[in-house]
Design a binder for this molecule. Structure first.
Ligand code: CP
Length: 324
């Protein structure tokens, strides 16, 4: 593939190849020199029209670890505020010689448009578009689940068949939920979504997952529980649930976490709103993988960039280190 727009576009083999390559990339992070010369001479632009901490910084770290030249673009402070279009912005950047564009945009479909309009030749990677998709988040989440629930070495070449994953919270506005459902289904996991009816999208019945309104009943049957933030910024204030009522029914606290099987993990893509969907006690517990997910995001994004920009099967043991 030339682009990564949606988790739904990945076959099981594609996904496993990315996860296995990410494990090889993670081995590089264990070496004294963490940098590879692989993308020397290639240029990647990070084109962010929406705020980000984890995705933007981890893509930049991944690009630098692969020795790419990195251009960071943020809509704030750019000529976008003067009315410049996505097309003109992208073509302006491409005129500077860009091999790949990592784009986050508030409009669902913006990365697809960029990849398929003929405006630019560069590979396009979706870093989150509106309420639509966030495929590298789903990949790093699957990487984290496979490592924790199957094993770092035992997981190589494996999918997540039979693993029971519960995703809790704002499914309506959440591109993370949609991307995870797509990828987890492809990888053979059984997914249950738990949310208030007002935070489920129209057409949810056609998604390849179960729906529940009862978090307490679902927790004991989960291998991983992924808590999602309620996306206040995409919501009419009149429909925003109060923190108290939401956390009472759908928040994860220590008592609820105790209902999970001993081996089960708590996940969160971040940013977390402590006291709303997750208590500080849970967020800071050993069972919560939120920080591990961020670290895994660098290896996963290295794998995506490497494979999209033409890399062959990657072997960390024999890969040379970058000299500068
Ligand atoms: N998980 C995630 O996409 O976080 P950021 O919005 O900080 O990139």
């Amino acid at each position: 593939q030339r682009h990564l727009i949606s988790a739904a576009d990945l076959t099981r083999d594609d996904a496993i190849q990315i996860l296995d390559t990410a494990e090889e990339m993670a081995r590089v992070a264990d070496r004294p020199i963490k940098k590879l010369p692989t993308l020397r001479g290639r240029t990647v632009v990070n084109l962010f029209f929406e705020d980000s901490t984890r995705t933007r910084i981890s893509f930049e770290a991944a690009e630098k670890r692969l020795s790419a030249d990195v251009i960071n673009f943020s809509a704030k402070g750019s000529s976008v505020s003067k009315g410049e279009s996505l097309k003109d912005t992208a073509q302006t950047l491409e005129a500077m010689g860009v091999d790949a564009v990592v784009i986050r945009h508030g409009a669902s479909g913006a990365p697809y448009r960029l990849a398929n309009s003929g405006w630019i030749d560069a590979a396009v990677i979706n870093a989150g578009d509106g309420t639509h998709q966030h495929p590298t988040q789903a990949l790093l989440d699957a990487f984290t689940m496979r490592r924790r629930l199957v094993g770092r070495d035992a997981g190589l070449g494996q999918d997540l068949a039979g693993k029971r994953i519960t995703i809790v919270g704002d499914i309506l506005h959440g591109r993370v939920a949609r991307s995870n459902v797509d990828l987890l289904h492809t990888l053979g996991a059984e997914v249950t979504l738990v949310a208030p009816p007002t935070l489920l999208p129209v057409g949810i019945e056609s998604w390849p997952c179960e729906i529940s309104y009862d978090l307490d009943a679902t927790l004991p049957k989960s291998d991983a529980v992924m808590m999602l933030r309620v996306q206040r910024e995409r919501m009419n204030a009149a429909f925003f649930p109060t923190e108290r009522e939401y956390s009472r029914r759908y928040g994860l606290d220590g008592d609820r976490m105790a209902r999970m099987p001993e081996h089960a993990i708590v996940m969160h893509p971040g940013p977390m709103v402590r006291g709303m969907e997750i208590t500080a006690e849970v967020a800071d517990s050993d069972r919560c993988t939120a920080i591990e997910q961020v670290a895994n995001g660098v290896s996963t994004r290295m794998a995506v960039l490497y494979l999209l920009l033409g890399g062959a099967v990657f072997d960390a043991k024999n890969a040379p280190a970058a000299t500068h």
